[in-house]
Design a protein around this ligand. Structure first.
Ligand code: FUC
Length: 732
């Protein structure tokens, strides 16, 4: 599982190779004369407390009564253009901020060959190590190696040659915020320290250079290594950000960074521990789609889009999730952790109408549940400011978050007409907490973490649903189908989210045996809730309560299929058929994440060929040479969505049954997968040939009955014991 190229990266966005430990990220250019490593620290954000006029939780609000006015106008007119609603409910953002770049580490190499022989730049997904090798005119082979260690909290590198005394370079730092930071050098340790303009967030980075042989000289902002056998560097960084409302500030990073850099073990040991830590997660899933990966540079293999490359792309999504989301920092943002700009697209923030959710779709099913911890913590940290927004914007209990959020608990509204209003987003976010319980069965997690967040999101909707004068059903109003059409009451997506939230909260309360009275209220509300699932005039699933859908509309958001995926509300053949008609109308285009979502939609419709067509389209049109997904521009959600979609083709368990190979395309006649997870605490492997399962491997973590859709004999109830693996041979 290696990405490799025969030339250095010319473009940060489309060619560099990413490494990361969740909190820190680096991208490798591999240029011979000047190596460039773009560095990132995930909490380095402008905006929030400290920014002019910004007071935590106290975002500008629409004037009192404005929400009710819009509700009444919708009752009367049926719909309102987004611009009109934004004029009444939107407020210009203040102090939202943006994710910042940390800067670049540069290594200037004297006498570097212009046209080095044997050049190769690679990223080994199994070891999580990036490597650059080349030969100089004397035939000396140079090897540079880079990794980002989670256990050590550092990015580290080693520069070596196969002849003694040949390693020479000058290391320097190009700051992300010139004028705001100081660079000092002492004893081979370069230190950068600064405070961001605006919010004054303090940050620090340190890099220690060590040599084996040769000399090391401190310069003005530089460390020079001459004639060494090899050299290593260790980098760490931090900020004084803390994920705590309302101040969002913690201790100065100086001590932590000093300890991480000073305490890092010798390189070989650091590398061993890093590889072991990474492999413990990465190696859990093995996938073989029948064809090997062609022995070609990855950009050329990408052009072929064969099943070997598809398997690599799947594993790359898992690699990227491990690299950009580990406990102890923020969740993966629109670019994971990698960012070269201080004004990145969409602030490189957390969008809640598909993007952050999609980032975590692969976490449970591809056996990386630990990577979801930063997302869980982030959702929980939104509750307190979200509670304040519920009170001040809607005058009720519960918590809400709107269309986009940041590390400073922003739960208010902005004024970008087509993307500011999404009070249903919290209901969508908490479903991930519930899924974590459904997959792993950790009742303590359900009780302490998932249920309280779900319950409070449900309370918000119990207090805020309105009776629709058209039919007496309970609807969300004003409601908006993300980035599309007019505001109405009862658009499909918000209704489906509320259905999903109430259903999950009811189930969870049942499991925990709590809140009898609340359960009654949820049941009563579900009885009156408009389910948001309607078949329209051309056989489509309606996006709005009124039949407004245009069969030629190819909008990238297909929000009204939430009930199909990630939800589980669509079960009847008639509704599934309507979803198929809707997808047919929307077509196979769209941005990277849109194509990725369609993989899962088609997989849920059990159409493996169409799911594979979407994956192929994504690889053809929305994938850069470094296999990053492009919206355009680079946006990582599509990587994660496609990895989850591919898993969804091989295994589903959302409907109470473990369903193996539900959407196997004809182009993958044989293969095998191991380590995918199904809800109920099961790990599933399957080998298939001629398009049919020949062996299913089921490992039970919790014991209990596994309900398995059995090729040949319907649904099989397999009694399991915790810790045991069962091999099941399908009847042919
Ligand atoms: C949503 C999408 C856009 C983009 C942005 C970051 O608003 O509609 O296409 O992905 O998020």
């Amino acid at each position: 599982m290696i990405l490799w190229y025969d030339r250095p990266a010319a473009s940060w966005e489309s060619e560099t190779l990413p490494i990361g430990n969740g909190a820190l990220g680096a991208t490798v250019h591999g240029t011979v004369a000047t190596e460039r490593l773009r560095l990132n620290e995930k909490t380095l954000w402008t905006g929030g407390p400290g920014e002019d006029g910004y007071l935590s939780g106290n975002w500008p609000r629409p004037r009192p009564g404005a929400v009710e006015e819009v509700q009444r106008a919708l009752d009367e007119h049926g719909s309102l253009p987004p611009g009109e609603v934004a004029a009444r409910l939107g407020t210009p953002p203040t102090g939202f901020g943006a994710y910042q770049t940390f800067g670049e580490l540069l290594l200037d190499v004297p006498d570097a060959p212009d046209d080095p022989a044997g050049y190769r730049r690679s990223l080994d997904l199994g070891d999580a190590v990036a490597t650059v090798t080349y030969r100089d005119v004397d035939g000396v082979t140079f090897t540079r190696e880079y990794l980002a260690s989670h256990p050590a909290g550092v990015v580290a590198g080693r520069i070596a040659a196969d002849r003694p005394g040949r390693v020479s370079f000058t290391l320097r730092f190009a700051g992300g915020h010139p004028g705001c930071e100081d660079v000092t050098v002492r004893d081979g340790r370069l230190r950068v320290r600064g405070a961001l303009p605006g919010n004054g967030l303090r940050y620090e980075g340190q890099v220690q250079v060590l040599t084996d042989g040769g000399t090391r000289t401190d310069g003005d902002g530089t460390v020079t290594v001459s004639g060494a056998d090899s050299a290593t560097f260790v980098f760490s960084a931090g900020t004084d950000y803390a994920p705590e409302y309302p101040h969002y500030r913690g201790p100065d990073p100086h001590e932590r960074v000093t300890a991480a850099v000073g305490g890092a073990p010798p390189y070989d040991e650091l590398r061993r521990a890093h590889v072991a830590d990474h492999r413990e997660l990465f190696d859990r899933v093995r996938l073989d789609l029948g064809e090997p990966l062609p022995d070609l540079p990855t950009d050329q293999a990408l052009a072929g889009r064969g099943s070997g490359l598809q398997a690599l792309y799947f594993q790359y999504g898992r690699y990227l999730l491990i690299a950009s989301s580990r406990p102890g920092s923020l969740p993966a943002n629109l670019q994971g952790v990698w960012n070269e700009s201080n004004t990145p697209p969409w602030e490189c923030d957390y969008h809640t109408n598909i993007n952050i959710q999609m980032n975590y779709w692969p976490a449970q099913v591809t056996n990386l549940a630990e990577t979801a911890e930063p997302y869980h913590a982030f959702i929980e940290a939104l509750r307190e400011p979200g509670r304040r927004t519920a009170k001040e914007l809607f005058g009720t209990e519960g918590w809400v978050v709107n269309q986009n959020t940041n590390p400073f608990g922003f739960t208010g509204v902005q004024d970008w007409a087509t993307s500011f209003w999404m009070p249903d987003a919290a209901g969508w976010l908490v479903r991930e907490l519930y899924e974590h319980y459904l997959f792993g069965g950790d009742e303590g997690f359900l009780r302490e973490r998932a249920y309280p967040a779900m319950r409070e999101a449900a309370l918000f909707w119990l207090a805020n649903l309105r009776t629709d004068p058209r039919d007496g059903l309970l609807v969300v109003s004003p409601s908006y189908s993300p980035e599309h059409g007019d505001f109405t009451a009862g658009a499909a997506m918000p209704q489906q989210i509320v259905w999903d939230l109430f259903t999950g909260t009811l189930e969870a309360a049942g499991v925990l045996g709590v809140d009898a009275e609340l359960r009654e209220r949820l049941r009563a509300a579900l009885d009156r809730l408009d389910p948001g699932v309607r078949v329209g005039s051309w056989g489509q699933l309606q996006e709005w309560k009124a039949d407004l859908d245009d069969p030629r509309d190819e909008h990238r958001h297909v929000s009204h299929l939430y009930a199909l995926h990630p939800g589980r509300q669509l079960t009847s053949p008639a509704h599934l058929e309507a979803a198929r008609v809707t997808l047919g109308g929307r077509g196979d285009g769209g941005t990277g994440w849109s194509k990725a979502w369609k993989i899962s939609f088609w997989a849920r419709l059990r159409d493996g060929d169409h799911a594979l067509k979407m994956l192929t389209e994504q690889l053809r049109e929305s994938t850069l040479a470094n296999l990053w997904d492009t919206h355009p521009p680079f946006q990582i959600d599509g990587n994660f969505g496609a990895t989850a979609g591919l898993a969804e083709m091989l295994l589903q368990s959302h409907a109470g049954v473990i369903d193996v190979l539900p959407a196997l395309p004809a182009a993958w006649p044989r293969g095998s997968v191991d380590g995918l997870r199904a809800r109920g605490g099961f790990t599933v492997g399957v080998t298939w040939a001629s398009g049919r399962a020949t062996e299913i491997r089921l490992t039970s973590a919790l014991g209990g009955i596994a309900r398995l859709r059995h090729p040949g004999s319907g649904v099989l109830a397999v009694p399991t014991e915790a810790g045991r693996t069962y091999r099941i041979m399908p009847v042919v």
